[in-house]
Design a binder for this molecule. Structure first.
Ligand SMILES: [Zn+2]
Length: 74
């Protein structure tokens, strides 16, 4: 994979190639009265670390305890 390719492509992401165990939460904050969560993931195509900026749409009980153990991701 060339540098030019990594620089030019648009990091189109698919859930098929993203894994929660590889992601890290970078920040949780409010913006325009909306709770925002930034999550770092690795681009499956170029391996660059990307930030997903997400707005929380719903809050529910997770039924799990933090920190998650490795079994959670199986
Ligand atoms: Zn990429």
């Amino acid at each position: 994979m060339t540098y030019d390719y990594a620089r030019d492509h648009e990091h189109e992401l698919s859930a098929e190639y993203l894994y929660a165990s590889d992601a890290e939460v970078l920040g949780i904050y409010e913006s325009d009265d909306t709770l925002q969560v930034d999550v770092a993931v690795i681009c499956p195509e170029c391996s660059e670390t990307l930030t997903l900026q997400t707005a929380v749409g719903k809050v529910t009980s997770s039924g799990t305890e933090l920190p998650l153990d490795e079994d959670y991701y199986d």
